[in-house]
Ligand binder design. Sequence first.
Ligand code: NI
Length: 170
Amino acid sequence: MPAGKCGRGLSAPTNVSSQAHSKNLRLHRWTGASATFFITKSLHPKRPFLDPEARAIVISAFLFAVDDKRIYLRAFVVMPDHWHALFALREPWTLPKFMHDFMSYVARKTSYLLSTQDTAWQDGYYGTHVKTARQFEYVAYYIEQNPVVKGLVDSAEQWDASSASCKDIG
Ligand code: NI
C-alpha cells in the first residue's frame, strides 16, 4: 500500500473535538454518531506473523469500510499479532454484522499466510463501548502508541500500519 494512503477518510465524529474541554466530559454521549467502539482482535495462538502484506490487507478492509460508509474510523493499528481500532458505526450497521463482514474478508485474504504459520484469527473479539471524550482521546492515543510501547519503532508515525502515519490525509 502506498505510504500516506492508509489514512484517507479518517475522521472523528464531528462532536468530539469541540467537546474536548467540556466540563461535562463524563456525561457526554456521542449523540452525533451511532455507537463508538474500541475493538481488539488477535491471532490465536498469538504469534507475530502479520507481516507488512498482511497488515496492508487489514488496512484495506478498513479503507473499504470507510469508503462504503460503514464506519467513521478515528484510529487503528495493525500489530504483528493483533489489531486495534476505534470507530463509530454508521447506520444501519451493527457491531456483530460489521465485524462478521470485516473479518470474513480479512480471514479469507490472510488464511494462506496464517495457516502456514499454524495460527489463525481468534473466534471472537474484545470490544468496549467508548462513551466519553476522555475515553475517546485516551484510546486513540493508546492505539497509535502500541508499536512504540512494544519497541517496534521510536515514534508512532514510523509504524507502517496505523492511523498515526497518515493523519494528514483527509
Ligand atoms: Ni495492543
